[in-house]
Every structure is written in C-alpha cells, then in structure tokens.
Design a protein around this ligand. Structure first.
Ligand SMILES: *Cc1c(COP(=O)(O)O)cnc(C)c1O
Length: 381
C-alpha cells in the first residue's frame, strides 16, 4: 500500500540539503550560537522580501504574537500589559496560541465567527461587534491568515483606522501569501510569523519573526526579546529570553531562497485537487472567494459531513490527514470565562466538526497526488 504523508522533511532535505549543509557548516566555523550574524542577515532578507522596515527574529510564532501585543501595550497605554478591560478581537477558529497570546498580553480575547468559505474572520461580524457599543473597549484585532489564505485584511485595516485599533496579523501559516500583490504581515502594526518545522517556511526547531514598519515598536520588541532592556544589565521592561537561534536563522536563510517555488508547488497541487475533485458532491473544497488574495496553501482543507469516517477511510488506504482544528477556542476551558456570545460562533463549530486537511506538501509527486484523488473519489462510491 502507498503511504502518503502530511509532511516529509527528509525528502525536502534531499532536494535542498546542499544549501542547508553549507549554512550549518558556516555556523560550526564561527560558533556564534546566540545573536550570530545569520540572525541579522535573515532579518534583512525577510524585511526586503516582505517590503517592511523591520523584521525581528524571536523564538517562536507564539512569542511573535505575545511580544507584538506587549510592545503595543507599552506604546499605546504606557503599561507593561493591557488590562482585562481591554478587548482584542480574534477568530474563534485558529490555533490556541492566538488566543493564548491575547490573554498573556493582559487583554481579554473576543472571539468572532468565521466566514464558512474561507475559514477566516468574518469582517462584517467584526464590524457588527464594533458598532454595537463595544468600540470603546476594543483596542485591537488579531486576524489570522488561516491555512495560508489572506483574511479580509483590507476591510479590517479600514475598521482599524475608523475605530482607532491596532492590527497584529497572525501570519504563522502564510509566509509569502499576498493580498493585491502586497505581502501578508506587512499590513498591520505587526505581522507575527512562525517557523515551526511544519509551517510552509519552517526551521529545524522553534523559531518566529515579527515584521513591522513602526520604529518604536521595533525598538520595544528588540528590548522585550532580550530581557526588556537596551542593556541586559539595566532593564526597563518585563522582558523575555526569546531570541531566534543563529542555527535556525541559518537554516531559514537557505530555505528562503526556495519559498516562492515551494509555495507555487503547493498551488499546483491545489489546482490538481480542484480539477479532479470539484464535482465530488460529498466534499467541499477550499474556495478562493477573493481573487485579490494569493493563497499559499499551508494546508489544503476540505469539508465533509462524514469527516471522521472519511479520515478513517483515508488512513485505511495509507493516506495521512489532520484535523485543524477539532475544538474552536471558545469551547476550550482556558477561554470559557471570556465568552459572551456562544450562540454567534456557529460557523466555527461547524468547521471544527467537518474540516480535514489533506496532504499538500511540495515534496509530493504526481503519482501520490493522483492516488490521493482516486481514494477520495472512492469514499462513497
Ligand atoms: C503555529 C501557529 C502559531 C504558533 O506558532 P509557534 O511557532 O508554534 O509558537 C500561532 N498561530 C497560528 C495560526 C499557528 O498556526
């Protein structure tokens, strides 16, 4: 039986390993494991790639969110943390780290429902919340570009101007994604990236990055990631030890050269899935509702009413699949105390019951993609 995996990093290493070996060997020569030259080089290269003034390496995507929010609290409120009376809007259907970061910044998360076609924050529901007497409490929005597809970032930017809110883009799943040819992560006050190994641009451990055009925010994040001071021995803020390792930066410099090619391969696989599966009536394929959004297909996520049976059927045929995410945030114990609108989150609940992400890594070959297609077609036939 064939075995189709969600991820095969060994294969990717086979294809691109020479560059990575070279980058790692360089580090072995200079031995500067913390704040080595690769960190700054990566920051410069990613700044250029995204078209922003600053990029700052941090130790994870979660920390990229937390440090972004902490820096905004310091800049906007003059305090180390937001207060629980400060509300930050985000999606109910995302990785728990998005909501966790909001709590860790001191603020209260407000979970808003998703658009059922894109799985991204429904901007009209964001506007409803703001116009229903809540705009005084809300300080910002953390939209997520889920599965690699841009959220309605232009509309959210408009609301941010209208209501005086900040925006932190959770770009953990969308490195290289665009909206109207502008890179995701460059719209908001900051963009938060993750280089966790499974992400579409991944390193060999934990890693993250923050992009921003705001000099003051960049300076604050530079302090927060190293204990909270310009000088380690004289700190101003309650900081962290949250640097991006030199070695991870080196791996990322090597991989950055290929990211556009790899994202393009993901889109090609998505095209095959679309042309082969769009007529299979028990499957709902991901929709690109807005043509201005360039999807990088970090995940290819389908919906099926009999999702659990489909997943079992796939695994019986050697095909891996993953449920991102089986529980929406508002149904988790951590977030339960903050939920005011449990009845308004139906699309997130439905998604959690029906979504299934199927293999779309660029290292899949055509045989494997067509085999996956053939099994998906057989599920109910
Ligand atoms: C992966 C991910 C994060 C967290 O990134 P880490 O590097 O694992 O800390 C945050 N938000 C979303 C949407 C993610 O997918």
């Amino acid at each position: 039986m064939k075995k189709i995996e969600m991820l095969n990093l060994a294969r990717e290493y086979n294809d691109y390993g020479e560059e990575i070996d070279f980058a790692i060997k360089n580090c072995l020569q200079h031995q500067l494991w913390v704040n080595g030259p690769e960190v700054n080089q990566l920051e410069r290269e990613v700044s250029q790639y995204l078209g922003v003034n600053h990029c700052l390496g941090v130790s994870s995507g979660t920390d990229a969110l937390v440090l972004s929010l902490r820096a905004l609290a310091i800049k906007l409120k003059g305090k180390e943390y937001f207060g629980r009376e400060d509300e930050i809007i985000t999606s109910a259907f995302t990785f728990s780290a998005t909501g966790e970061a909001i709590l860790r910044s001191g603020a209260t998360p407000v979970f808003v429902d998703i658009d059922p076609h894109t799985f991204n924050l429904d901007s009209s529901k964001v506007l409803d919340y703001l116009e229903n007497g809540n705009s005084g409490k809300v300080v910002g929005i953390v939209p997520v570009h889920l599965y690699g597809q841009s959220c309605e970032i232009e509309r959210l930017m408009k609301y941010s101007r209208q209501f005086g809110l900040f925006i932190v883009e959770d770009t953990a799943q969308a490195f290289g994604g665009k909206f109207k040819e502008i890179k995701l992560g460059s719209f908001g006050n900051t963009g938060a990236f993750s280089f966790y190994p499974t992400k579409n641009l991944g390193c060999y451990g934990n890693g993250g990055m923050i992009s921003t055009n705001d000099d003051e925010i960049a300076e604050l994040i530079r302090m927060l990631r190293e204990h909270g001071g310009k000088n380690k021995y004289d700190v101003s803020h309650m900081g962290y030890n949250s640097r991006l390792d030199t070695l991870q930066a080196a791996v990322l410099i090597a991989k950055l050269k290929f990211i556009d090619l790899l994202n393009e391969k993901r889109r090609k696989i998505a095209d095959i899935y679309y042309s082969e599966l769009s007529k299979v009536e028990y499957l709902t394929l991901p929709k690109i509702v807005n043509r201005d959004a360039t999807h990088v297909f970090h995940q290819y996520t389908i919906m099926c009413k009999e999702r659990d049976n489909l997943q079992l059927f796939l695994s019986q045929n050697g095909i891996a699949s993953t449920i991102y995410y089986p529980v929406p945030l508002h149904q988790m114990k951590l977030f339960a105390p903050y939920i005011k609108n449990p009845d308004d989150l139906k699309n997130s609940e439905l998604a959690s019951k029906q979504v299934l992400s199927i293999p779309i890594v660029p290292t899949l070959n055509e045989d494997e993609i067509l085999y996956t297609v053939s099994i998906l077609k057989k599920f109910k036939n």
